[in-house]
Structure formats: structure tokens, C-alpha cells
Design a binder for this molecule. Structure first.
Ligand code: COA
Length: 216
């Protein structure tokens, strides 16, 4: 009998670090992930995201969140995709880490975004989960560079990037809320500058994922 992983092989992808497990979000994860969002990610007067999705009322946020993540699955094509990993610590959802590629065969570059529920912040998890997707990208997807961006006030996100070897690469302006401007620091990590962690990543399901993500 076929399993869900046979139908959608990316669900079989698992990245394990010393403390965390990352796997693509499934419908069963939605309640716990939405709870982690509603528990709070950032102070109300500091919007770290380009789009202010955390401003929505709880019920609307839940619906919009589900629709956004269902939509992502339908847009996966070889070389152009967004992987939305749920991040688990001791079996509990603490946040999400995404990885995005566009025309990967040509660009050899990924970008990423992430959040942790507030109680999980400031304990090195953000660095550990970003390191996980970088190890996966550089070592399993033949990626050459990774990009990120964060508001110039977002010291924890910038801290993760700098810790892992990203260098500043210019600035842009965004207006996440009408009339409220954020200066975004762009960052870029070349493969040779990656400050690799002193642990190794356990990857399960890499071959099936490569077939879906890199297929010519
Ligand atoms: C951004 C985020 C994922 C980082 O994860 P984290 O687990 O909190 O960060 P870490 O504990 O791994 O810290 C990373 C680095 O930043 C530093 N740092 C963390 N919080 C900091 C703060 N408030 N001020 C200054 N430095 C800080 C840490 O000291 C560490 O640097 P070091 O390794 O040189 O000591 C998390 O804080 C978060 O979800 N923030 C809200 C959502 C968000 O901003 N998402 C990113 C949008 S671009």
C-alpha cells in the first residue's frame, strides 16, 4: 500500500541536528504551529517580516497560515520551490525554517526565512536550524551561495547570519505596514565562507528530495 511519503516524497525528508528535527510541515502540524505563532514571535511594535502576517486576528491568521502553506506545495517545481520546515525540539513545535530557490541550476543560490516562538528564542536554536538548512543545501543540493535579509534592528536574525559567515551585501527599504519603513540588511554567504558547525547533520530522505528539487 502506498504511504503519504510515496505520494509526496518531500514529506520523507528529515534533517536532524543535535537538538532539533526539521521536516516539511504536514496538515497535522498546523494546530501546533499556529499555537506557536499565537504564543508570540515578536513585540507588536516591531514587525520583522516583509508582510505583516502576524498582525491578523487569531482566527484569520490560522486560516491564512494554512492557505499559504497549502499554496507552497502546489508551486514546487524542479529548481524553483519553497520548503517550509517545521522545527521540533523534544518533539514539540518551536518554529519554522524555510528555504527558497529560483532556477537553482542557473543561480546555485538559496535564500531562507525563519521564526521561533518567543519562549524558544535566544538559546541558539535559530543558529542551529539555519545551519541545518545550509548543510543540506551546500552538501546535498550543490548550492554555491545563500542569501538572507533582516531589518537593521533585528539583532538576533543578523546575529545568526553573521555567526554562520554571511557578509553584509547592501540595504533595501520595505514598508511592512503602511507608513512604517524598515531598512533591510541584505546578507550573502558564499560556500567557502560557511562557518560550519562542529556537529554533523543527519539527513534522511535526501535522494528522494533531490529527485523532486533538482530534476532537470
Ligand atoms: C531570528 C531568530 C530566528 C533567531 O533565533 P534565536 O534562536 O533567537 O537566535 P540565537 O540564539 O541562535 O542567536 C544568534 C546570535 O544572535 C545573538 N542574539 C540573539 N538575540 C539577540 C539580541 N536580542 N540582541 C543581540 N544579539 C542577539 C546571539 O548572541 C547569537 O550570537 P552569537 O552566536 O555570536 O552568540 C529568532 O530570534 C526569532 O524568531 N525572532 C523573531 C522572528 C524574526 O525576527 N525572524 C527573522 C525575520 S528576518
Amino acid at each position: 500500500m502506498l504511504t503519504l511519503d510515496d505520494v509526496w516524497p518531500l514529506f520523507g525528508l528529515r534533517l536532524r541536528t543535535p537538538r532539533l528535527e526539521l521536516r516539511l510541515m504536514r496538515d497535522d502540524d498546523l494546530p501546533a504551529v499556529v499555537e506557536a505563532v499565537l504564543a508570540g514571535i515578536h513585540p507588536a511594535d516591531r514587525m520583522p517580516f516583509d508582510s505583516p502576517w502576524t498582525d491578523a486576528e487569531p482566527e484569520q491568521l490560522a486560516r491564512d497560515f494554512a492557505k499559504y502553506h497549502w499554496h507552497l506545495r502546489t508551486t514546487v517545481q524542479p529548481g524553483t520551490w519553497t520548503l517550509d520546515f517545521v522545527v521540533l525540539h523534544e518533539g514539540r513545535v518551536i518554529g519554522m525554517q524555510d528555504v527558497r530557490a529560483e532556477n537553482l541550476a542557473r543561480t546555485k543560490t538559496i535564500s531562507s526565512g525563519s521564526w521561533l516562538t518567543r519562549s524558544a528564542q535566544g538559546q541558539g536554536f535559530g543558529t542551529e536550524m539555519r545551519a541545518a538548512i545550509l548543510l543540506f543545501a551546500f552538501d546535498h543540493l550543490a548550492v554555491e551561495a545563500a542569501e538572507s535579509s533582516a531589518a537593521t534592528w533585528n539583532e538576533s536574525s543578523l546575529g545568526v547570519s553573521h555567526r554562520l559567515g554571511y557578509l553584509d551585501d547592501g540595504q533595501t527599504e520595505v514598508e511592512p505596514r503602511p507608513g512604517e519603513r524598515n531598512t533591510m540588511q541584505k546578507l550573502r554567504l558564499e560556500r567557502e565562507n560557511f562557518a560550519r558547525p562542529d556537529w554533523s547533520l543527519d539527513v534522511h530522505g535526501a535522494a528522494a528530495a533531490q529527485a523532486e528539487l533538482l530534476r532537470p
